[in-house]
Design a protein around this ligand. Structure first.
Ligand code: NAD
Length: 507
């Protein structure tokens, strides 16, 4: 089958006003260049031209950032402030994010290629993260254990210290907020190393934080390449914990590098999540949801339902309807509000996704897409691509593509569906579509995924655990679990009355 025509929005290239041409670090309350003066080019995904240079942090820049964060932690007010006072700052941060949501979204869209409507939604989610952790830290209660007449034991919760935060390029600002909000709420000071493909929106944090009253040195940002700035942060002995979101292979390397200093780690890694559609499901809803689940955020989404498994009796109908809708998805200028799929983040990533699209033509039956959409000769555009009849041994079934590409595979029984769902190394999310309550819960409990959605795409209450199993991650954040990660729970034991002590050394 030939590549299907894909609708595209106007191919104009919108360039936001007052775009910075130089992106710096932010250390101890100041924007600074790298000590070495090194920089790297930042491209926008529509023209693939460099629009700015960013400071390329090295070990010495990380040293300065960690020193500032350490001073702010040991001498500054932030870790010692009452939770209510910290919460007020966090709420002002949320207000500021909301007040500049349009600017934030246009910069994010320009830098990442995400559709503008979706970037706006992510800006709101970033604000919500700060509000949520502001509330949580005020409501935080810790355990007390009473041993009548003998002891009271209580938990003294303390921020761990300087938190190292390393983030990926997909929805960068929102994912940064996902770490910054609980780390700051907990009283930690931070060094953030954003993804090198997309440093633009992160440069807004400094102004937002300063205006909200966050003391200097609490938030530090070092831009740079992962193997340089990121590596130096991971290996820095003054950083006791690393929160990382990114690829599984990078996580494995960071895990090894954290071992030398026995650092605390939280790892949110890759995914290849199944969306399992049983024949008894509401197929209209399942089609809407599975389309959105894999093609929203350009498919550059860790929780994308990128493997659809469909019960045989509904299979051909599902494939035909799904593919017809995929062909109608509007691909184009990320700044156009009509756009549903924008441009992939970077030419390197585009080349990777396109290589899977080519591979897929020999591993499955192409039902939609299959290459660059018509009418968009430049920019990192990929037509939403659907492969049916994909065997579980296929690489496009097993490997994370992280783009607008989906596989569809039939199954005959619940047991086979479960085997297919679990038959990859990842275990981030799973989406189940059925009207059978028992099957829904039985399957949900058996599927190897950190998060399961029944009859829904990814809609998450911030109190729930977030994270994956198997190669998708280590540790769960979300709600109070994030506060647990950024704090030490010291046990303090108080004796009441006379303590019985075996008396050594008495003859
Ligand atoms: P990546 O692993 O290439 O990079 C992530 C970050 O790590 C970047 O800031 C990078 O500079 C840094 N880094 C790279 N090498 C490093 C090293 N040796 N030491 C320290 N830091 C290093 O990932 P990416 O391509 O930016 O993001 C896409 C990946 O992220 C996908 O696999 C996706 O599934 C995953 N992801 C997971 C979640 C989740 O919550 N599970 C969320 C979003 C993205």
């Amino acid at each position: 089958m030939h590549a299907a025509p894909t609708h595209h929005a106007a191919a104009a290239h919108y360039i936001p006003e007052n775009l910075p041409t130089r992106i710096q670090h932010f250390i101890d309350g100041e924007f600074v260049d790298s000590v070495s003066g090194k920089t790297f080019d930042v491209l926008d995904p529509v023209s693939n031209l460099s629009y700015a240079t960013a400071a390329a942090g090295q070990g010495e820049d990380i040293d300065l950032a960690v020193a500032a964060a350490t001073r702010a932690f040991t001498d500054g007010p932030w870790p010692r402030m009452l939770p209510r006072a910290r919460a007020q700052v966090l709420n002002r941060i949320a207000d500021a994010i909301e007040a500049q949501d349009a600017r934030l979204a246009e910069l994010e869209t320009f830098d990442t290629g995400l559709p503008i409507t979706q970037a706006l939604g992510q800006a709101h989610r970033a604000a919500e993260n700060f509000r949520f952790f502001a509330d949580l830290i005020v409501a935080q209660a810790d355990d007390t254990y009473s041993v009548p007449g003998r002891q009271i034991n209580y938990v003294n919760r303390k921020p761990v210290g300087v938190a190292g935060l390393i983030t990926p390029w997909n929805t960068p600002f929102m994912l940064e907020s996902w770490k910054l909000a609980p780390a700051l709420a907990s009283g930690c000071t931070v060094v953030l190393k954003p993804a090198e493909f997309t440093p633009l929106s992160a440069s807004l944090w400094a102004g937002i934080f300063a205006a909200a009253g966050l003391p200097d040195g609490v938030f530090n940002l070092v831009n740079g390449i992962g193997e340089e700035a990121g590596d130096a942060l991971v290996k820095h002995p003054g950083v006791p914990l690393i929160s990382f979101t990114g690829e599984t292979t990078t996580g494995q390397l960071i895990y090894r590098n954290c071992a030398a200093n026995l650092k605390g780690m939280s790892m949110e890694l890759g995914g290849k999540s199944p969306a399992v559609v049983f024949a008894d499901a509401d197929l209209d809803a399942a089609i809407d949801s599975t389309l959105f689940g894999v093609f929203s955020l350009n498919g550059e989404r860790c929780t994308a339902g990128s493997r659809i498994l469909v019960e045989r009796s509904a299979y051909e109908d599902f494939c035909a309807r799904f593919a017809a809708r995929a062909q109608q998805i509007v691909v184009g200028d990320p700044h156009d509000p009509k756009t549903e799929v924008g441009a992939l983040v970077h030419p390197e990533h585009y080349a990777k996704v396109m290589s899977y699209v080519e591979l897929g033509k020999s591993e499955g039956r192409l039902l939609a897409g299959g290459g660059r959409p018509a009418g968009l000769p430049e920019g990192n555009y990929v037509a939403p691509t659907v492969f049916a009849d994909v065997a579980p041994t296929a690489r496009i079934f097993q490997e994370e593509i992280f783009g607008p590409v989906v596989t569809i595979t039939p199954f005959d029984t619940d047991a086979e569906a479960l085997e297919l769902a679990n038959g990859v190394k990842y275990g981030l999310a799973a989406y189940l579509w059925t009207s059978n309550l028992t099957r829904a819960h039985t399957f949900a409990h058996a599927v190897e995924a950190g998060m399961v959605w029944l009859n829904s795409h990814n809609v998450r209450d911030l109190r729930t655990p977030f994270g994956g199993v198997k190669a998708s991650g280590l540790g769960h954040e979300g709600g109070y679990r994030s506060i647990d990660f950024y704090t030490d729970q010291q046990a303090v034991h108080i004796s009441l009355g006379v303590v019985h002590t075996p008396r050594f050394g008495i003859r």
